[in-house]
Design a protein around this ligand. Structure first.
Ligand SMILES: C[S@@+](CC[C@H](N)C(=O)[O-])C[C@H]1O[C@@H](n2cnc3c(N)ncnc32)[C@H](O)[C@@H]1O
Length: 502
C-alpha cells in the first residue's frame, strides 16, 4: 500500500512504542461532583496521557473525537497552531496509533481538520486505521457569512471518520438521526399526532394475504394486480380497529397504512452537515462567551450540537467517549449531558482554567449549548488527573519515586478496572469479585524480614489480612512452595514483571 514519507518518519513510527508508561495522579481539589462517575479530565501531553490509559482502557472506547491544531500558521491565545509541516505529521502519527489501540471493536474515530493538513491526514489515517475502514469525509459548514478578503472563501471543515472495523460492520452499531416530520400531517385529527401513509400492499403473491377488503363507501376491493395486501386478514382487522388504516378519496380509495414519526427507524446520516442543523463557529463563540463571561474565552471551540450529532451517531448512553485534544472541553461537556462516560486530555493551562470550570458548570446544570434539547438537569462528576512519574525506569525496574499508595492504586485498577477507594496503608488492598488483592512493596510491613516484608514467606502470610477465598499477592518473590500456594488459593505475581503497565 502506498504510504506518505517525511523526513523523520522512521523515528516517528517508534514514538508511541517508546513513550513511557506514566502514572495518573488524581488532583482532588480540581475534581468535582460524584468521584465514582469514572469520568476523567487529564492535564498533560496526550502522547503520555494516551499511553497511561492503555493498561486500563485498551479496546474499550466507543467514540474518539479529536480536533487537533489544524496547522493554520496562527498563534491562538491558548495554543500555537504553527508547526513545521513535518513536525505536524510527526506529532499526529504516534497519537493516532495509540488512539487506534483504545478503540473498541464497534468503535469509530472522528477527526476535525481543514485543507492545510487534511489530505495528508487522510493518507496517514488510511495507513494507521486501514484504508478499508474509512467510512466518510463529513463536510461541516462552519461558516455562512461571506469571506470578502479571500480568493475563495472557506466555508467548511472536514471530519474524517474511520471505524475500528469496516463500514459494513460499523453500520450495525451506529445510530440513525431522528426522523423529521416533513411530509407528515393529521387530516383526521388522530390523537397520536401527525402521520403519513404508504400503500397497504406488497409485491408478490402470499396466499393468506389475498382476501377482500370493503371500503367505508361499501366498495369491495381485491389486492392490486401482481400484489397482495400488506398483512394477513386478522392483522388487517386489528389495524382497522386501531384506526391505522386510511382510505383516501373520502373512503372510496385503496387502503393505506398510517405511519407515525416514532415508528420510523430514523434517517441515515449524510456527509453534508449544514450550519442550520449542527451550528457554526458563530454559534460556538456565543456558547463559549456565555460560559466564560468575565474570563478570556477560548478561541477555537466547536459547537455543542456538532459534537452531539457525532456522539449520537457513534454511541449509546453509558458508552465511553475520548477526546485527546480537548481545548475548551466541548466533547466532555456534551458527553456528560448525553449520559456517556468520557475521558478528556488537554495539555494547556486551560485544562484548569476552562475545561474543569466548564464541567463544574455542567454538573451544576448549566443551560447553554445542547442543555435544553436534552433536558439537562445537572449531576454526575469527574476526576482531574495529572501525569506523574514513569512507572518503570530504562532498565525495566520500578521507578524509585513510586510510593506504595501509587503502585497500590495502579495495581488495583489494572486488576479490577475500578479506582482504589481505601487508604492504601497496608498490604491488603481489598476484595473484588470474591478475590482478595495484596501488595508487598516498599517495605510496607516495615520490619526486618527479607526485603522489609516484600518477600512472601509463611510469616508474612500469617500477618496478612486473612481471607479464606482466592488471593492475588504481588511481591518481589515468594518462598512458599507451589503446593502451599495451591492450598492457600494464592496466585503470586512478581514485581515488576507481572505489572500490566510494562
Ligand atoms: C483546536 S483545539 C480543540 C478545541 C475543542 N474541540 C473545543 O471545542 O474547544 C486543539 C487543542 O489541542 C491541544 N493540544 C495540542 N497538542 C496537544 C498535545 N500534544 N496534548 C494535549 N493537548 C494538545 C491544544 O492545547 C488545544 O487546546
Amino acid at each position: 500500500m502506498p504510504t506518505l514519507t517525511w523526513l523523520t518518519r522512521k523515528t516517528d513510527l517508534k514514538l508511541s512504542q517508546g513513550a513511557p508508561y506514566r502514572l495518573l495522579g488524581t488532583i482532588p481539589e480540581l475534581s468535582y461532583g460524584d468521584p465514582e462517575s469514572g469520568n476523567m479530565l487529564i492535564q498533560g501531553d496526550n502522547l503520555d496521557g494516551l499511553k497511561a490509559l492503555l493498561p486500563y482502557y485498551a479496546g474499550q472506547v466507543k467514540c474518539i473525537y479529536i480536533d487537533p491544531p489544524y496547522n493554520t500558521k496562527s498563534a491562538f491565545e491558548h495554543y500555537d497552531d504553527n508547526l513545521e509541516h513535518t513536525k505536524w505529521l510527526s506529532t499526529i502519527y504516534p497519537r493516532l496509533e495509540l488512539l487506534r489501540e483504545l478503540l473498541s471493536e464497534e468503535g469509530s474515530i472522528w477527526v476535525s481538520i481543514d485543507d492545510n493538513e487534511g489530505h495528508y491526514l487522510k493518507v496517514i489515517m488510511d495507513e494507521v486505521f486501514g484504508r478499508k475502514n474509512f467510512i466518510a469525509n463529513v463536510i461541516w459548514q462552519k461558516r455562512t457569512s461571506r469571506e470578502n478578503r479571500a480568493a475563495i472563501g472557506t466555508s467548511h471543515d472536514h471530519i474524517l471518520l474511520y471505524g475500528r472495523n469496516d463500514s459494513v460492520q460499523w453500520k450495525e452499531h451506529r445510530n440513525l438521526l431522528p426522523g423529521n416530520e416533513a411530509g407528515y400531517a393529521n387530516p383526521d385529527n388522530d390523537q397520536r399526532g401527525v402521520w403519513r401513509s404508504i400503500p397497504f400492499s406488497a409485491q408478490g403473491y402470499r396466499k393468506n394475504q389475498m382476501y377482500d377488503i370493503v371500503t367505508p363507501t361499501g366498495k369491495t376491493l381485491s389486492p392490486p394486480k401482481g400484489r397482495c395486501w400488506g398483512a394477513t386478514e386478522p392483522e388487517y382487522l386489528n389495524l382497522l380497529t386501531d384506526n391505522k388504516i386510511y382510505f383516501p378519496k373520502n373512503g372510496d380509495g385503496r387502503p393505506r397504512i398510517k405511519q407515525f414519526p416514532e415508528n420510523q427507524k430514523g434517517l441515515v446520516p449524510m456527509t453534508l452537515w449544514a450550519a442550520s442543523e449542527v451550528g457554526d463557529t458563530e454559534d460556538s463563540k456565543k456558547e463559549i462567551l456565555e460560559l466564560f463571561k468575565e474570563h478570556d474565552p477560548f478561541g477555537t471551540p466547536k459547537p455543542e450540537s456538532l459534537i452531539q450529532r457525532i456522539i449520537h451517531i457513534a454511541t449509546n448512553p453509558g458508552d465511553l467517549v475520548l477526546d485527546s485534544f480537548l481545548g475548551s472541553g466541548t466533547t466532555c461537556a456534551v458527553a456528560h449531558k448525553m449520559g456517556r462516560r468520557y475521558i478528556g486530555i488537554e495539555m494547556g493551562e486551560h485544562a484548569v482554567t476552562h475545561c474543569a470550570p466548564r464541567l463544574r458548570q455542567v454538573i451544576d446544570a448549566e443551560q447553554g449549548g445542547i442543555s435544553k434539547s436534552v433536558d439537562w438537569q445537572g449531576g454526575g462528576g469527574f476526576r482531574f488527573y495529572r501525569l506523574g512519574d514513569a512507572v518503570f525506569d530504562d532498565a525495566g525496574k520500578i521507578n524509585s519515586n513510586i510510593r506504595f499508595a501509587t503502585l497500590a492504586a495502579h495495581i488495583w485498577f489494572c486488576e479490577t478496572g475500578t479506582p482504589l477507594t481505601g487508604e492504601a496503608n497496608s498490604p491488603f488492598l481489598g476484595i473484588y469479585k470474591d478475590i482478595a488483592y495484596y501488595l508487598l512493596f516498599n517495605g510496607i510491613l516495615g520490619d526486618k524480614r527479607p526485603a522489609g516484608g516484600n518477600v512472601l514467606t509463611s510469616g508474612v502470610l500469617r500477618d496478612l489480612h486473612s481471607y479464606a477465598g482466592e488471593k492475588v499477592i504481588y511481591g518481589e518473590t515468594s518462598r512458599l512452595t507451589t503446593e502451599r500456594m495451591r492450598l492457600e488459593q494464592i496466585t503470586f505475581k512478581q514485581i515488576p514483571y507481572d505489572i500490566k503497565a510494562r
